[in-house]
Design a protein around this ligand. Structure first.
Ligand SMILES: [Zn+2]
Ligand SMILES: [Zn+2]
Length: 398
């Protein structure tokens, strides 16, 4: 059985264990920031200066998170100097979303397993709130697999910043307090920090639930225009899952991507370069799907049929035919061999290859170039599911 199939099979257990893994003391600073924000109402007040600081800090730090943590550190979608990299890391880290290494490691893991059972933050498997912020406080996510960011671990300054996650946001908070007092700190700095957190988290939660899917990615990623406005372009999340190494996430001219406009403007100064664009066949949904995506979509297509129903039909048809003694004999032999043998037998009750192909095209909008591959794989998965049911029942009866 493939690794993907094994992961899917363990979905409920894993989802349960991820919830149980949360360390609540770890969430204390997060909860405290939310509570302190309310003191703006009855203690610090909200000065005009604080409002301006909050608005500026929100947008600047959101650009830092999307243009820095996401498009640079996680996906290396453009290049810069070592000093430029350090500046980007500091800007992004001022958003209080831990260090670049942690952020990129968690995010690369998300793309590797997106919406499979061991995706760190999949609303499909773990529920909306856990996907939104619960996962951040899970014990297993405190120390991610830093091997996945070996390319970034080469820089001791990034490693240091990753270990001392509060230094940059604390300095920024202190400067804001010096300039604009307690109102500036609470209504300007903390409010914008909190809103920036939730808008970033929306990409893990909402952008895998609400919106449209232009591309077949095998996961639940969606394009959502209003999230794209709030997050400076990250709302084009289905585009992004379809081609992750593009600096630009709004693939079409009308898909507003503010982070990309900023990065493009900075590239004219020569401080960053080699911004990557999505190839035309990707944008036009004409590219062949990757192996992992084919496997995921084929499984989804196969899951739209009922193996139990087909197995029952096949069994009742065979019980009255001369095939039945053979099937019983196979069931008594080794399981894998029996399943292989059964897969060679014509199963008229099985959906036809044409039917599966049509479903993959219409329901899952698999591009023409990958239709044969996806539908054939879905057919095999379905045959395997039906065979294992028939042989399982027969084996149990034998
Ligand atoms: Zn995603
Ligand atoms: Zn990404």
């Amino acid at each position: 059985m493939s690794r993907l199939a094994t992961q899917a099979a363990h979905a409920p257990d894993q989802a349960e264990s991820t919830h149980a893994d949360i360390i609540y003391p770890g969430a204390t600073p997060f909860v405290l920031v939310h509570l302190i924000c309310f003191t703006a109402i009855f203690w610090t007040g909200v000065t005009m200066e604080a409002v301006v600081i909050g608005i500026v800090l929100y947008w600047v730090r959101m650009i830092g998170v999307t243009g820095g943590y996401h498009r640079y550190f996680s996906h290396r979608s453009y290049k810069t100097s070592r000093a430029g990299q350090l500046f980007i890391a500091a800007l992004a880290q001022s958003s209080a979303q831990r260090g670049a290494l942690w952020w990129a490691a968690m995010h690369r893991h998300h793309h590797q397993y997106s919406d499979l059972a061991n995706d760190t933050h999949s609303p499909r498997h773990h529920g909306f709130l856990y996907a939104h912020f619960g996962w951040i406080f899970a014990k297993k996510n405190a120390e991610p697999d830093y091997e996945s960011v070996a390319d970034l671990m080469e820089y001791p300054e990034l490693v240091w910043m990753n270990k001392h996650q509060y230094v940059v946001p604390a300095i920024l908070g202190f400067v804001v307090w010096l300039v604009a007092g307690w109102s500036g700190l609470v209504a300007g700095f903390l409010w914008s920090t909190m809103i920036c957190w939730h808008c970033t988290f929306f990409i893990n939660s909402l952008a895998h639930v609400h919106g449209t899917q232009r591309y077949v990615t095998g996961d639940d990623s969606r394009n959502n225009w209003w999230l794209a406005v709030l997050t400076c372009g990250e709302g084009w999340h289905n585009n992004h899952h379809a081609y992750q190494s593009s600096t630009r996430q709004g693939f079409r001219w009308y898909q507003v991507d503010f982070t990309y406009y900023v990065l493009k403007a900075v590239s004219w100064t020569g401080l960053i370069w080699d911004l990557r664009a999505p190839p035309a066949d990707v944008v036009n949904n004409e590219r062949k799907l990757g192996r992992l995506v084919v496997e995921k979509v084929a499984r989804q297509v196969a899951d739209t049929y009922s193996p139990d129903g087909v197995a029952a039909q096949v069994r009742s048809a065979w019980e009255n035919s001369q095939m039945w003694p053979d099937v019983q004999a196979w069931a008594r032999s080794a399981g894998a061999q029996a399943a292989a043998k059964l897969a060679t037998v014509p199963l008229p009750e099985l959906p036809t290859a044409q039917d599966i192909r049509q479903r993959a095209a219409e329901k899952f909008r698999v591009p023409e170039v990958s239709l044969d591959e996806v539908s054939e794989r879905a057919r095999i998965l379905l045959i395997q599911a039906v065979s294992s049911r028939i042989l399982g029942e027969e084996h149990a009866a034998a």
